[in-house]
Ligand binder design. Structure first.
Ligand code: SF4
Length: 426
């Protein structure tokens, strides 16, 4: 184990959601402000921080693999493990070979202090006492910026461990978030994606509302586009849909977690809506913005999801004018209420259901892309280069490509979509 000095270099390994990436970016800045420096490419970092995720069993496994890999690659590096998995499985991580420090989900925000003065291997605060909101923003390939607007969740859906890892719902103040968005614009950023655990719940800790946040951000000059990442259907109010439809900057792009298309399973999950509310939201979006892209999350194989209930779910999803599905297999999470539901779905059935939904998703995505041919859209070009092409997304999330031109990165082009421009086979 090495002793920490302020000239040490650091590297981050981030797993999981965009919120984690935004937070790693913030943590990197706090280390820089405290005299640490970013490790150069090819250099062995003095400190490695692994920011973990615990959304599923597979996420836990990936975290453990990353810890082993980093330890093997850098035997003398000071290894810190933090994030959601560290919060919920601190003791077992601390027992892993070569882990120098485990910091809880919120303790990570004081990383420099723990490095400079803390000498305990484990520093994990009680999740119930987590109340501060730490602002974070990260940039992905210079064009898309992820702005954290909210953290934590009070919903306690029966399958989900995130409220136990991240604590109660809390958020930044609108005035501060607007300032952060203005800074992004001043640095040349054109697109901001709002991130959080339960964004629609925005405002609890500041007495504001999600709609007020969107209205304030819509005024930020220089930002061409905002996207709301995932928002719970019951919190996606009709007013928010109306607002996005009339907004200058909010993109006609929605990501809504349905999780199950059967009311019986939604009840088992303790979700706060039923299928008729969900169908209403989708219809309203399509009525106001026929060109809107709608991505929907679904979990297959939740405890209690019988063949009949899955079939109901499948038929409901098939009937909706949505553009894509994000399919997840139910994963048992320690301490969650779903473990009390006796009916279990086998891994083979989960796989089969997942496959059926992915096939449905492909058909829906193809139909959506097809429907966009001949329409005029604006594309924000990104920096990735693949086979001599660059790609970008339209406001309604159609991925397009063109021959690579470095000077086009982070610029917008208006074009009428043709099959050759689509970066997706239809
Ligand atoms: S809304 Fe439900 S699924 Fe989403 S983080 Fe909260 S408890 Fe988990």
């Amino acid at each position: 184990m090495c002793t920490m000095e302020s000239t040490k270099s650091f590297a981050f390994y981030t797993l999981g959601c965009k919120l984690n990436f935004a937070e790693s970016s913030y943590l990197g800045k706090t280390l820089l402000q405290n005299g640490f420096r970013k490790a150069e490419k090819g250099e062995t970092p003095s400190i490695c921080v692994i920011n973990t995720c615990t959304v599923t069993d597979t996420a836990d496994k990936k975290c453990r693999q990353t810890i082993h890999k980093i330890r093997k690659q850098y035997p003398d590096t000071y290894l810190i493990v933090t994030g959601c998995y560290a919060q919920l499985s601190a003791e077992s991580i601390a027992l892993m070979e070569g882990v120098d420090k485990v910091l809880g989900a919120n303790d990570k925000f004081e990383i420099p202090q723990h490095l400079l003065t803390g000498n305990h291997q484990l520093q994990v605060s009680d999740t119930k006492k987590i109340t501060p909101f730490y602002p974070s923003c990260s940039a992905e390939d210079r064009t898309r910026h992820f702005l954290k607007v909210q953290d934590g969740c009070d919903y306690f859906c029966t399958y989900c461990a995130i409220p136990y890892a991240r604590g109660r719902s809390r958020n930044g103040a609108i005035a501060d978030l607007v300032k952060q968005a203005q800074e992004v614009a001043q640095n040349g950023g054109k697109e901001i994606i709002l991130t959080g655990v339960n964004i629609g719940d925005f405002g609890k800790s500041t007495g504001e509302t999600c709609l007020q946040l969107l209205q304030a951000l819509d005024q930020v000059e220089g930002i061409e586009r905002f996207r709301i990442s995932s928002i719970e259907p019951n919190l996606l109010t009709d007013e928010i849909i109306d607002f996005v439809a009339s907004s200058k900057r909010f993109a006609p792009h929605f990501h809504i977690p349905l999780q199950a298309g059967s009311n019986a399973v939604l009840t088992l999950m303790h979700r706060r809506y039923d299928t008729s509310l969900f169908a209403h939201k989708i219809q309203l979006i399509k009525q106001k913005m026929p060109h809107a892209f709608i991505g929907v999350d679904v979990i297959v194989g939740m405890r209690g999801e019988t063949d009949e209930l899955f079939e109901q779910s499948y038929q409901f999803i098939a009937s909706l004018p949505i553009s894509e599905l994000h399919v997840f297999s139910y994963s048992e999470r320690a301490g969650t209420a779903a473990l009390r539901i006796p009916y279990k779905v086998s891994p083979a059935i989960k796989k089969e259901r997942s496959h059926r939904l992915l096939t449905l998703s492909n058909a829906k995505k193809q139909a959506f892309y097809q429907s966009q041919l001949g329409t005029q859209r604006s594309v924000l070009w990104e920096s990735t280069k693949k086979n001599g092409y660059m790609s970008g997304f339209t406001e309604n999330y159609v991925k397009v490509k063109q021959p690579y031109q470095a000077d086009k990165i982070n610029t917008l082009t208006s074009l009428t979509l043709t099959p050759e421009q689509l970066d997706y086979e239809i």
